[in-house]
Ligand binder design. Structure first.
Ligand code: 5AD
Ligand code: SF4
Length: 420
């Protein structure tokens, strides 16, 4: 979502203020940093980064801080870094023109409604288009700062989404990537005229655009994975068969403490149903280890879900206590050393699973949508089920779909050759 927010900022500044991008800091009149606040580390990095910019920037250049840490720290950023020109919070992106033209502009209003705002056009990729479908998040997961920085959840009107997807697809982006904190809750609340539409309906409507070949989305919430959603996902051929299912913990007790709204059994039921419906589906997940009160048994439950589901990708994090969250106040915070050990155990186990998954792909043939020419000289793209595939080949292949036979499968990428 931050990547898309940055694209919106670039579009607004290009259209309204005639800024262009530069790779050279010495040339920049304006330096922006878009920030995350979900864990503590990126927040502490912010000040060291902007300190460096301040030393290296050209005379008179402005520095602006955007995103979730801007929302969360607000004024404090000016106090700790007085050379910053403006602080623009998440969901205040459409005010960027005002921000660059106003001395010490501060806007971190998490109630601000930009769900009806049609941003200008700018995309990093010609081949894949990110499209926001909602802003904010209505969940209250006890570890998470996002509802405090991105505010209440609002769905973006379907007409805006479909127009944006159509426009991008007509320009060559055959893949549309839908974004929201909680995409499968789409349609629950709009700020303007109420629509009767849910996420499954939205997927089906986008798939009716002839130029759209692939649809991806993130993040869905396991709680809202009802049968209608799973069936639309399975049966619509344009919807790519990779699902992100953020588990967070495999222990029903910890899930209750996290206020995730589902149990270990519900999660397993949904994930295994998906595997049964779509044999080639890939499932990725997010996991937090060492949440307050997590016992060895709770952690074992997480490993157990990992063994049963065999996720194709796991993003695992050590719990990080965040201000403004309930869990930060909980008793039984876990010793960071234990957290580090659990993370390591989890990663070792997942590496074995990944080796097994990679090996099972040897010799298979996948249609791969080629999106990128890497510095290594390899072309890179994704199979429908989101495996990263790399091949040798000509850049003319960018934006095309080719059949690739996997000859050298590795944990993080599958290498192969084009077959006709
Ligand atoms: N500590 C560690 N990880 C967190 N996440 C969110 N909040 C925290 C936290 N306080 C993780 C969750 C989420 C992902 C984006 O970041 O796993 O799904
Ligand atoms: Fe945070 Fe939970 Fe909302 Fe995800 S669903 S953004 S983890 S509060």
């Amino acid at each position: 979502m931050n990547v898309r927010d940055s694209e919106h900022i670039i579009a607004e500044l290009g259209d309204k203020e005639h800024y262009t991008l530069t790779d050279n800091m010495q040339d920049a009149d304006l330096i922006l940093i878009n920030t995350c606040s979900v864990r503590e580390k990126p927040v502490s990095k912010l000040f060291s980064e902007i300190g460096k910019y301040n030393k290296r920037k050209k005379e008179g250049a402005k520095i602006g801080v955007c995103g979730c840490t801007a929302s969360h720290l607000g004024e404090e950023i000016f106090r700790r870094a007085p050379y910053v020109s403006f602080v623009l919070g998440a969901r205040n992106v459409s005010k960027i023109s005002t921000a660059v033209n106003t001395e010490r502009f501060l806007s971190v209003d998490t109630d601000y409604d930009e769900s009806n705002y049609a941003f200008g056009e700018f995309r990093n990729s010609l081949y894949k288009a990110y499209v926001n479908i909602s802003i904010g998040c209505d969940k209250k997961c006890t570890y998470c700062i996002v509802p405090q920085t991105r505010g209440e959840e609002l769905s973006i009107p379907s007409e805006l989404i479909i127009n944006e997807a159509r426009k991008a697809a007509l320009k060559g982006a055959k893949e549309i990537f839908l974004l929201g904190q909680n995409v499968n809750n789409y349609g629950r609340r709009f700020s303007g005229v109420d629509e009767k539409i849910d996420f499954s309906d939205l997927l089906n409507r986008i798939s009716e655009i002839p130029e759209v070949e692939r649809i991806r989305f993130t993040s869905p919430h396991p709680l809202h994975m009802d049968d209608k959603f799973l069936e639309t996902f399975a049966n619509n051929p344009k919807v790519c068969k990779s699902m992100h299912m953020p588990l967070q913990s495999g222990s029903t007790h910890i899930l209750e403490q996290m206020k995730r709204g589902y149990s270990k059994e519900w999660f397993l039921d949904r994930a295994l149903k998906l595997r049964a419906m779509i044999p080639d589906v890939s499932i990725s997940t997010d996991i937090i280890v060492a949440f307050p009160g997590e016992s060895e048994e709770d952690f074992e439950d997480t490993l157990d879900v990992m063994r049963q589901v065999k996720f194709e990708q796991v993003f695992a994090f050590k719990y990080s206590a965040r201000p403004l969250t309930k869990a930060a106040e909980f008793d039984h915070q876990i010793d960071p050393e234990i957290g580090a050990q659990r993370l390591e155990r989890l990663q070792l186990m997942q590496d074995e699973i990944l080796d097994e998954i990679a090996e099972s792909k040897r010799g298979k043939i996948y249609p791969v949508y080629i999106e990128e020419l890497r510095n290594s000289g390899f072309l890179a793209g994704r199979s429908d089920n989101n495996a990263l595939v790399q091949i040798e080949g000509d850049e003319n292949l960018l934006g095309t779909t080719v059949n690739v036979k996997i000859t050298n499968p590795k944990r993080l990428a599958l290498y192969g050759d084009i077959v006709l």
